[in-house]
Design a protein around this ligand. Structure first.
Ligand SMILES: Cc1ncc(C[n+]2csc(CCOP(=O)(O)OP(=O)(O)O)c2C)c(N)n1
Length: 575
C-alpha cells in the first residue's frame, strides 16, 4: 500500500515485522483486511490456513518446537471462536502464542448492534484460555501492545496472549505519542503460594539465596534422589542435565518435558510416569524434585503417586504448589534461576554431597517391567500393541535424528509417549494437556513452515485426522515433504475400547466409515501409500524415507488389521 499514511493496520504489520516471526498463520476477512492490505508489501510470510483452527494449531506447533511464539491472525467472531481450541491447547501446554484478531467498531462493542461477526465479550471469552486478552483502544498503542503481548507470551509460564483491535482503530491514522502503556490486562495468573518458599524480586537477594541453599543442601543430603521434569524445565535443559550429573539422580520426564535429558542416559526413565514400576521406584526415593511439572492427571494417567513429604516442587504456579500441600521445601519460581543456584551451591558443597551408588540397574529393571505393563497401562490389546511398536521402530529408523514426530490423540501416540526415544526436547510433540483431536497435521505443517529443512512426521488416527484434514491443502501448497501416517482402525478407537469395557458388544458413535484416503490424497495433490499394520517391513520404512524427499505431502495409510472387519477398507464400500 504505497503512499498511504500510517494507519493502525500498517502499525500492526510494522509491529509484527519487528518480532521477526518467520511466518504468520491466518485467514483474511473483511474485518481484518486492512491488515492484509499492508501485508502485500511486507517481508512477512503469510500462510493461509483452511480454517482458523488450523492457523492456531500451526502457530502452536511452530511455537512448541522453537520456543518462540507462533502468530495467528484472524477475524473477530467466527475466526476467533475457531481459534479457541488451539489457544486452549497452548494455554494448557504452556506454549507461547500470539493471537491477533480484529473487532467490530469500538462504539458498537457490547451494544447488541448485531454488526456482522459481533461477539459481545470476546476478550472475556479468550481471557479464560490465555495469559491475557487485551483490546487496543488507540492506534498509537498498537505497537506497544503487540510487543508487550509477545513478551508476555514467553515470560514466566509461557502461553497464548490475545490482542484484539477494533476496525476503527485499524483504520485510524496515528497522530499521537506512541509511547506509553498497552491496554488493560484482563487476566494474569500470577501470585504466591502460601505454602511455598517464594523466591522473588520482592525478597532480598540474601533471602532468595537462603531458600535456594537450603534446597541444595536437602538435595545434597538425600540418599536416593529422583527428578521429575515437565515442560517448565525445558528452557533450563542445561541446568537440569548439570543437576542430574552432579547428583546421579534418576530422571523422569512428563510428555511436555520429553527430551530435557537424553533418553539414552542410563539414569533416564524417559516418559514413564504413568507406569506402576515408576511409581514404586519414586516411592523408594527419599527425595523427588519435580521441576516445572504440573503433575497432572494426563501425566500420571491412572498411576497413583503418593510422595507426601518426599516431594519438593519447583514451579512458578501457585495452584500447582497448592495441589501438593504435604510437599516440603517447595519453591515458587522459574526453574532456570533456581536450578542454577542449586547447582552452584552443590558445587560449593562438593565434599558434603552424598556419593550415591548408581541406580542405573533399577532404572533398567523399571524400563523392562514397563514393557510388560505397556498393554495394561495403555489398554491396547497385545496384538495391536506389537504392530504399533513395530511401526514406531520402522518410523524411528526412517526419521533423521534432527527430525520431529508430531502425534495426535491416537492409539500409536499413547505407546510412543514412552517408546519413542528422543535425545533433545522439541522432537516429540503430543497435545498432552488439553488433548485436542486434529492437532497433529496443522502443528506439523506449522513446524515445516517455520523450518522447511527439518524432517517432520505426523501420526494421526482416521478420526482425529478428519478434524483438520483440510489443512492438507496448505502442506501441498507449501511443497512440504511431509509424511502423514494415518492409523486407520475405522473409528474412534480409544473411545471404542472404553465402550467395550463398559458394555461389551454394545457400541455407539465410535465406528466410522473413513473416506477413501487414496482419492482424498489425489484431491489434495498429495502422494498416497497404503500398508497393512501386520506388514510394515522395509517397504514401509522406504516409503517414509521417500516421503521426506518429495515436494508434497504423502498420506501413509496404515490399515489396522486386528480389530477391523475388512483388511483394506475403502469408503466406497459403505454405499
Ligand atoms: C476435539 C476432541 N473431541 C473429542 C475428543 C475425544 N476423543 C479422544 S480420543 C478420540 C478417538 C480418536 O480417534 P482416532 O483419531 O481415530 O484415533 P484412535 O483412537 O482410533 O487411534 C476421541 C473422540 C478429543 N480428544 N478431542
Amino acid at each position: 500500500m504505497e503512499g498511504s499514511a500510517i494507519t493502525g493496520a500498517a502499525e500492526v504489520v510494522h509491529s509484527l515485522e519487528k518480532l521477526e516471526a518467520p511466518c504468520i498463520f491466518g485467514i483474511p476477512g473483511i474485518h481484518n483486511l486492512d491488515i492484509y492490505d499492508y501485508l502485500i508489501d511486507s517481508k512477512l510470510r503469510h500462510i493461509t490456513s483452511r480454517n482458523e483452527s488450523g492457523a492456531g494449531f500451526m502457530a502452536l506447533g511452530a511455537g512448541r518446537v522453537t520456543g518462540k511464539a507462533g502468530i495467528a491472525l484472524v477475524i473477530t467472531g467466527p475466526g476467533l471462536t475457531n481459534t479457541m481450541t488451539p489457544m486452549a491447547e497452548a494455554y494448557h501446554d504452556c506454549i507461547p502464542m500470539l493471537v491477533i484478531s480484529s473487532q467490530i467498531p469500538s462504539t458498537l462493542i457490547g451494544g447488541h448492534s448485531r454488526f456482522l461477526h459481533e461477539l459481545e465479550n470476546s476478550t472475556g471469552m479468550t481471557a479464560s484460555i490465555s495469559k491475557a486478552a487485551w483490546r487496543v483502544e488507540q492506534a498509537e498503542k498498537i505497537e506497544s501492545t503487540i510487543i508487550a503481548a509477545y513478551e508476555l507470551a514467553h515470560s514466566g509460564r509461557p502461553g497464548p496472549v490475545h490482542v484484539e483491535i477494533p476496525l476503527d482503530v485499524l483504520q485510524a491514522q496515528l497522530i499521537g505519542d506512541k509511547s506509553g502503556s498497552h491496554g488493560d490486562i484482563t487476566r494474569l495468573g500470577e501470585g504466591s503460594a502460601p505454602s511455598a518458599q517464594y523466591v522473588s524480586a520482592r525478597k532480598t537477594p540474601a533471602q532468595n539465596e537462603k531458600i535456594i541453599h537450603s534446597a541444595a543442601e536437602k538435595i545434597g543430603r538425600s540418599q536416593r534422589l529422583a527428578l521429575i521434569c515437565g515442560g517448565g524445565s525445558i528452557k533450563s535443559a542445561g541446568e537440569v542435565q548439570k543437576l542430574q550429573e552432579l547428583t546421579g539422580a534418576v530422571i523422569i520426564t512428563t510428555a511436555a518435558g520429553k527430551g530435557v535429558i537424553s533418553e539414552d542416559n542410563p539414569l533416564s526413565l524417559g516418559t514413564r510416569l504413568h507406569f506402576s514400576g515408576t511409581a514404586q521406584l519414586l516411592e523408594s526415593m527419599d527425595l523427588v524434585v519435580a521441576v516445572g511439572s504440573q503433575l497432572s492427571a494426563t501425566d500420571l494417567w491412572d498411576s497413583q503417586l503418593d510422595l507426601g513429604r518426599k516431594l519438593m516442587l519447583i514451579n512458578l504456579e501457585e495452584g500447582i504448589l497448592q495441589r501438593f500441600p504435604h510437599s516440603e521445601g517447595s519453591i515458587q519460581a522459574d526453574a532456570a534461576g533456581v536450578l542454577r543456584g542449586i547447582n552452584n551451591r552443590l558445587e560449593q558443597l562438593n565434599q558434603q554431597v552424598v556419593k550415591r551408588p548408581s541406580m542405573a540397574a533399577e532404572v533398567r529393571a523399571v524400563k523392562k517391567h514397563s514393557q510388560m505393563e505397556l498393554n495394561v497401562v495403555t489398554g491396547i490389546p497385545k496384538g495391536e500393541l506389537s504392530r504399533i511398536q513395530h511401526m514406531l521402530e520402522e518410523l524411528r529408523a526412517a526419521l533423521p535424528s534432527e527430525g520431529v514426530c508430531v502425534t495426535d490423540m491416537t492409539t500409536p501416540a499413547y505407546v510412543a509417549l514412552s517408546e519413542w526415544r528422543v535425545e533433545k526436547p522439541g522432537k516429540f510433540l503430543h497435545p498432552v494437556g488439553f488433548g485436542a483431536l486434529g492437532y497433529a497435521l496443522p502443528a506439523g505443517i506449522g513446524i515445516k513452515a517455520d523450518h522447511p529443512e527439518v524432517p517432520v512426521v505426523v501420526i494421526a488416527g482416521d478420526g482425529g485426522f478428519q478434524f483438520t484434514l483440510q489443512e492438507l491443502a496448505v502442506a501441498t501448497e507449501q511443497h512440504q515433504g511431509l509424511p502423514i501416517i494415518i492409523w486407520n482402525n475405522r473409528g474412534y478407537g480409544e473411545i471404542r475400547k472404553t465402550e467395550e469395557l463398559r458394555h461389551p458388544g454394545q457400541r455407539i458413535a465410535v465406528d466410522l466409515a473413513p473416506p477413501n484416503f487414496e482419492l482424498l490424497s489425489a484431491a489434495y495433490g498429495a502422494d498416497y501409500r497404503s500398508f497393512s499394520s501386520s506388514d510394515l517391513g522395509k517397504a514401509f520404512r522406504y516409503a517414509i524415507e521417500q516421503a521426506f524427499e518429495q515436494n508434497r505431502p504423502t498420506i501413509v495409510e496404515i490399515v489396522e488389521s486386528g480389530n477391523v472387519e475388512a483388511e483394506i477398507f475403502k469408503g466406497a464400500e459403505t454405499e
